[in-house]
Design a binder for this molecule. Structure first.
Ligand code: CUA
Length: 191
């Protein structure tokens, strides 16, 4: 307590505290209002929404039946000319370890985890999502030009997390579709 105002310290301190608290309350309220306005603006303006649809899958049966059996993993050409890329994340690798995709083509990535939560990131792109056991993560994207990208797991998933990464190889569209005529599922893992 200050020794300079010994006669009415309680009253002054109370008034100061009230003033400071009111100022902080206004500041915090304003901050919340600003963030809510930003959310509404981004939601309406760029149509960024939480996923409207949740797809579930039994992580214990991935390898036995359904979409994520080993023979169905890799890149597949759809009837509309787009390409669906299916892969699995597990401690501590992706299957396949190298995704082969065409440039300048609409892609749908479909992935899920066989064990714990992993992270999907493709370097030099905005592809970034979680891969959770029990759920299918779906992403639509286009790689504008051929090239190679690293695809590290970006979510800590155990002691081998830092060794968990794959590659994405983007090749010329014509070359890809030619190769797809001879193979039902494509990847760049050498067999
Ligand atoms: Cu998988 Cu970190």
């Amino acid at each position: 307590m200050s020794t300079e105002t010994p006669h009415q310290p309680n009253h002054d301190a109370h008034a100061v505290a009230m003033r400071v608290e009111r100022r902080w309350a206004i500041f915090a309220g304003g901050l919340i209002l600003l963030l809510v306005c930003m959310m509404i603006y981004i939601g309406v303006h760029t149509a960024m929404m939480p996923p409207s649809r949740v797809e579930t899958i039994d992580p214990t049966k991935l390898q036995m039946s359904g979409e994520f059996v080993e023979t169905n993993l890799g890149s597949a050409v759809e009837k509309d000319g787009s390409v669906t890329v299916r892969f699995i994340a597990q401690q501590y690798s992706f299957t396949p370890q190298c995704l082969l995709v065409p440039a300048d083509t609409p892609l749908t990535l479909r992935t899920t985890s066989a064990d714990v939560v992993h992270g999907l990131e493709v370097m030099e792109t905005n592809i970034n999502t979680m891969i959770e056991p029990g759920y299918v993560s779906t992403l639509n994207t286009v790689f504008p030009k051929p090239g190679e990208h690293l695809m590290p797991c970006h979510e800590y998933c155990g002691y081998g997390h830092q060794t968990m990464w794959a590659h994405v190889k983007v090749i010329d569209k014509a070359t890809f579709f030619e190769a797809a005529r001879h193979s039902r599922r494509l990847s760049c893992v050498s067999r």
